[in-house]
Ligand binder design. Structure first.
Ligand SMILES: C[S@@+](CC[C@H](N)C(=O)[O-])C[C@H]1O[C@@H](n2cnc3c(N)ncnc32)[C@H](O)[C@@H]1O
Length: 224
């Protein structure tokens, strides 16, 4: 579903201290983009920022970098973050936004960044075999994440799409991740503290069950 362009989104984003204009320049030193040095988590394909804004508000002891390829989406997210933090009387000092194609994410995140968790929420399912490699959970992508994810840390993945979920379970397992937990029905799984994304709310309203897994990367960072 394509979002109608909001005229204000990109100009406001560009003027915001939350937005990182040149993410390559932070490669290997992402902590410098935040007020405090603390564990770095990354959300890949953050869309309109509903998840990132709520997660960062609830977890002031984590730095969250939210990445999307669409500056229009990020502009909407920027408003959401500022509004939510203002309502709660806090400065958004533990969240940053950047625009980047995640297919090349290792050009902006390095092993030294020591990412302690990755979130992938409702990425595009790319149902045709010739497009599988564009999936954010495809083995080609997992190989990139393994270069900067701290050993012992997790990727948390949610989707509405049955085929993408089935394939992703295999991608993770076959690429050295341990599946610590999974569900085919998140709402009835007993999982506590779920934060709903914009797409999640939409799919739930349509009666679609949400699938989720937590995959742990046990190994050394690849390339070390
Ligand atoms: C289906 S939306 C989900 C958005 C949000 N995570 C949610 O659950 O509501 C997928 C998002 O991923 C972004 N995206 C898709 N491919 C991407 C890529 N290669 N690099 C960065 N972002 C990408 C899109 O711009 C879009 O915002």
């Amino acid at each position: 579903m394509r979002m109608r362009k909001k005229k204000w989104a990109v100009p406001e984003l560009m003027a915001s201290p939350l937005y990182i204009k040149e993410p390559e320049s932070f490669r290997g030193k992402w902590q410098q983009a935040f007020e405090k040095e603390q564990p770095l988590y990354v959300e890949l394909g953050c869309g309109k920022g509903g998840y990132a804004s709520q997660f960062a508000l609830l977890h002031p002891d984590v730095n969250l970098l939210a990445v999307d390829i669409s500056s229009n989406m990020l502009g909407v997210g920027r408003r959401k973050i500022d509004a939510l933090f203002a309502e709660n009387g806090r400065a958004p000092d533990n969240i940053r936004l950047t625009e980047y194609n995640i297919e090349h994410i290792n050009d902006v995140i390095a092993p030294e960044d020591d990412v302690q968790r990755i979130f992938i929420n409702f990425c595009n399912p790319w149902p045709k075999p010739r497009h599988y490699k564009k999936r954010l959970t495809h083995p080609r992508q997992l190989a990139l994440y393994k270069t900067f994810l701290r050993p012992g840390c997790e990727v948390r993945f949610k989707t509405d799409d049955d085929q993408l979920f089935e394939h992703s379970r295999e991608y993770f397992a076959e690429n050295g991740f341990e599946i610590l937990w999974e569900t085919f029905d998140l709402a009835n799984s007993g999982f506590e503290g779920n934060i709903k994304t914009e797409h999640e709310a939409m799919f739930e309203a349509e009666g679609i069950k949400i699938k989720m897994l937590i995959a742990r990367w046990p190994g050394e960072k690849d390339g070390e």
